[in-house]
Write a protein that binds this ligand. Sequence first.
Ligand code: ARG
Length: 288
Amino acid sequence: MPHHRPAAPQRGASLHPTPRQATPRRYLMCPPAHFKVTYSINPWMDPAKPVDLPLALAQWEDLRDRYRALGHTVELLDAQPGLPDMVFAANGATVVDGRVLGARFAHRERAGEAGVHLDWFRANGFADIHEPAHVNEGEGDFAVTASYLLAGRGFRSSPLSHDEAQEFFGRPVIGLDLVDPRYYHLDTALCVLDTAGDEIMYYPGAFSPGSRSVLARLFPDALIADEQDAEQLGLNAVSDGRHVLLPQAALGLFEPLRSRGFEPIGMDLGELLKGGGSVKCCTQELRP
Ligand code: ARG
C-alpha cells in the first residue's frame, strides 16, 4: 500500500547522517506453539477471528532468524499449553544489569506465565531475581534508556510497580500515563532506539497531556510517529543501536529512521497482531 505523505521535518532528523553502531544483544523469545486468541484483554483481540498457526510460527521464526543473522543471541522459552499469549515474551520479566525483576500479570489468563519465566532465569544462572509484589507486565510497560527506566501505567502495570522497579534497579523511573486502550502497553507506543544515549520514538496520542510534556522535555529530539504508523504497531519495534526491526506496514517510519542513520527492517507478524503484539512484544532483552 503506497502511502504518500510529505516528509515532516523533525528535530534531530539529520543529527546522525552516518550509520550507527549495532551492539550484540541477547534476547529471550518463546515460539507461538500454543498461540490462539481465545479471550480478549486488549482491543486488538477478537476471538471470532481465526488465527493461522503455521503462519504465525513461520512469521515468528523469521524474526528469530533475523536476530541471529544480525549476530544476536536468541534464548528460547518452552511454550506451555493453556498459556496462548506466551509468545509475547517481553511481558515475562525486565532484566537490567543482569538483575531480573519478575512480572505479575494484570489478567488471570496470563498469570501462569510469570512463574515459567522465573524458572527459566533460575535455571540459566541469573542469581539476582526479585519476585514483584505489584502488578507489572515486564518490558510491555518498562523501557530502558541510558538515563531512565520509562514506565507505563493506566491499563496493565500498577503505578506501585514503578517504585518497586526504581528501588530494585536503582534507576530513576519516569512514570507515563497511557490513555488510549489500543496502546495498552508502553511498548505499543514508544520504542528506545539508542540505549547508549537517550533516543526514542513514540506516538504522543497514546499519552496523557502531562506525560506528553514530560516526554517532550526529556527527549526533545525524539522521532515522533503519526497515528497511521502507530496503528500498525510501528512503535512495537526493537533496535540494536543500528538495525530497527519493526512491523513492515509502518511505512512512514522508515525514512525518518534512515535519515537518523538507522537501518529499518520491516517484519510481517500479521498473525501475532491478532493478539495485540508485534516485534517488541515477542522479544525480551536480557541486558548484561
Ligand atoms: N495478548 C497480549 C496481552 O494483551 C499481548 C501482549 C503484547 N505484549 C506487549 N509487550 N505489548 O497481554
